[in-house]
Structure formats: C-alpha cells, structure tokens
Ligand binder design. Structure first.
Ligand SMILES: [Zn+2]
Length: 194
C-alpha cells in the first residue's frame, strides 16, 4: 500500500474516532420542538427548571457518548489485529484521546460543564434570589461567561456557559463543525464589563 493510502487511512481513523463520542450530544437535543422553551442561541438563557433538566440531559449524552468511544476502540482493535494498521492506530489515537480528555475534566478544577453540581448551583441561585432579590423585578439569566440579573445587571456568579443543545444561527455544517471541535465546552472570553 502506498504511503498516501496509509496516511489517508490514518486520518480517516482519527476523524471517525474523534467524531463518534461527540455525535450524540451534537444531535440529540437540537429538534425545534425540544428547544421551544428556550430563547434562540446565543441569547442568554433564563434560569428555570427546564434549563436544569437540559443540563442533566446534556450530561447524560456526554457520558453516553464517552461510553460509545468503546465502539471505535473495538473497531480499532479489530483493525490492528487483522485489517488496516494505520486505520486502527488512527481510531485508537483519537478515541483514546477523547476518553482521556473527558476523564481529566472530571478531576480538573472547573469539572464537566454539564453536571448535577452545575444544575444544583443554578437551583440554589434561584432559591436565593427568591429570598433575597437583587432588585424589584429580578430576572436571572445565564450569559456567556456569568449568571446575571438582566434588570439591575448584578453579577450573581462567574460561570461560563457551555453548549446547551440549542440550534445555532450559522449554517448547519458550520455549527456542527464548531460543536464537534469544541466538544460544546464554554468559549473562553475575557471578562465582560462589570
Ligand atoms: Zn436585579
């Protein structure tokens, strides 16, 4: 087999191995009907029980997707044993990379952005604002990098907002590609105005 064919198979393995664990969280919540209750992306999203449910859904797809990495790893293994060596290596490299990357997130300081603790944190904020409102008509929303009251602009907490399953305005392909590469992690932006 020529060098070009080998490189092509390696790249194909890398792409498929990386795509597989991401595909579920990219497609599972995007239907129009499942996003009716939320403002369109990229607008801030009001804190609510629906938002908390969505965070837990995104968490589930994140972990199911991670578990699904077993499929490219299995194919990669079979390919290494009795198929195309470069294709198998490609699958192993990228699917293994995704799994390691996600596991290190669990132990990192910021943690997985879709987690029970994120949902609990938002719930506590809602409870707290009910008891100690920041202004007369508090309306708490999750912006790109923080949770704020849209009325008095008080910042409640710094919390970068990850992908929440809403459809994006840009073309289907562009948004798919962006979500795939970023894994739906929050974008890092410099601090906004106070
Ligand atoms: Zn307020």
């Amino acid at each position: 087999m020529s060098v070009i064919e080998n490189v092509g198979l390696l790249l194909l393995g890398v792409v498929l191995g990386h795509l597989f664990p991401h595909i579920l969280s990219i497609i599972m919540t995007r239907s129009k009907s499942s996003n009716k209750q939320f403002p369109a992306h990229p607008q801030p999203i009001p804190l609510s029980a629906e938002l908390n449910r969505r965070i837990l859904d995104m968490r589930n797809w994140f972990w199911v997707g991670t578990f699904c990495a077993i499929i490219p790893l299995g194919f990669g293994w079979a390919s290494l044993k009795s198929g195309s060596l470069p294709f198998g290596i490609g699958l192993w490299l990228s699917a293994g990379w995704v799994v390691l990357n996600r596991l290190q997130l669990v132990f990192s300081e910021q943690g997985v952005p879709w987690s029970r603790s994120t949902a609990e944190k938002l719930q506590l904020i809602m409870n707290d604002i009910e008891k100690n409102p920041c202004c007369n008509m508090p309306s708490i929303e999750w912006e790109l990098t923080s949770v704020r009251c849209t009325v008095c602009r008080k910042k409640v907490t710094d919390l970068p907002r990850p992908d929440l399953g809403r459809n994006r305005e840009d073309s289907r392909f562009a948004s798919f590609f962006r979500l795939w590469i970023s894994g739906g992690m929050p974008v890092v932006v410099s601090d906004e105005e106070e």
